[in-house]
Design a protein around this ligand. Structure first.
Ligand code: ADP
Length: 291
């Protein structure tokens, strides 16, 4: 082993001891810094694992819910088709009976009650069929204004009967690339809910806003608005607070929005009443159709 040298000969033992202790100190500091970095990485990884676990649990719950709904949907669809098939002859016989009873007001009164029951049954069946329909959107270009006018014309007798004033803020140049039939159903459901929310009259406001990626259609009413528990469950299939409701109206709207890559949201208006906003992206669908 060669002797350590200084510029003028041997270095002292003290200098060597100092050097070694400085080296050891540097190693210890590096070790400490590495440990701290590892600890931080460990904590960050633990947080990421916990976030991903929560996300996975949420997705699993959603999947389980979707599977349950799919099973329920299949059964409901089967029952709805059976009921509809049997409703057709019953309605035909009823109109035949009505003709035979022409002038017999007492019996015609009973027939009218049966008719009302059948109409309500038909609405339920039709809601079920729409809810369970797996149809892919068949998209076309159409004017939002024309769609809203069509819906308001259809519901004009109800507006008049309940004293509802209708205001439309839907510019003529707003266009949608979407399945018109599905959109009509969705907006119609929102307007019918607004009518139901104003049994003693009120104001209905339908607004359309063109955004960077599509169109937002808002249906607002001046009814009582949504209570907290109703708001959190309103989109659940079969949830209803109405004596004769099916609880499928908003579930259908949500399904239509999903099928178009859009969404539906609800809020209570500052001035009272509820507002539902349906967002339909146009770009996404146009590119999907082109693909
Ligand atoms: P249904 O109309 O058959 O009850 P929906 O799914 O359309 O089914 O609505 C679910 C529930 O959400 C309704 O029963 C009602 O309580 C609530 N809701 C929907 N729209 C409105 C509205 N515009 N104002 C107040 N509550 C509403």
């Amino acid at each position: 082993m060669s002797e350590p040298h200084t510029t003028d000969g041997l270095i002292s033992e003290d200098t060597m001891r100092l050097d070694r202790s400085a080296d050891l100190q540097a190693v210890l500091e590096a070790w400490h810094a590495a440990t701290l970095r590892l600890e931080k990485t460990h904590v960050a990884l633990q947080e990421e694992v916990s976030r991903l676990t929560t996300e996975l649990e949420k997705k699993n719950r959603e999947l389980a819910r979707k599977n349950r709904l799919a099973d329920l949907g299949q059964m409901a669809s089967h029952v709805a088709h059976e009921v509809r098939n049997n409703l057709v002859p019953v309605s035909l016989y009823l109109s035949l009976l009505k003709r035979r009873l022409d002038g017999d007001d007492g019996h015609l009164d009973v027939v009218a009650k049966i008719e009302t029951g059948l109409t309500s049954l038909d609405t339920t069946v039709s809601d079920l069929l729409h809810f369970t329909s797996e149809r892919e959107p068949q998209c076309d270009c159409f004017d939002v204004r024309e769609l809203v006018d069509d819906i308001c014309d259809t519901l004009a007798p109800q507006f008049a009967a309940q004293g509802i004033e209708v205001e439309l803020d839907v510019p003529n140049d707003h266009r949608l690339f979407a399945d018109r039939h599905m959109l009509r159903r969705a907006v119609m459901n929102l307007v019918i809910n607004a009518i139901d929310a104003m049994p003693d009259g009120g104001e209905l406001l339908v607004t359309s806003v063109q955004t960077a990626d599509g169109v937002e259609i808002e249906v607002a009413d001046s009814g009582d608005g949504l209570a907290d528990d109703t708001r959190s469950r309103a989109f659940e299939p079969f949830f209803t607070t109405k004596a004769t409701g099916t609880g499928l109206g908003l579930a259908i709207v949500e399904r239509v929005a999903d099928a178009h890559g859009g969404c539906i949201s609800s809020t209570n208006c500052a001035q009272g009443g509820a507002a539902f906003t349906l967002r339909i992206p146009t770009q996404q669908l146009a590119s999907r159709a082109a693909a």
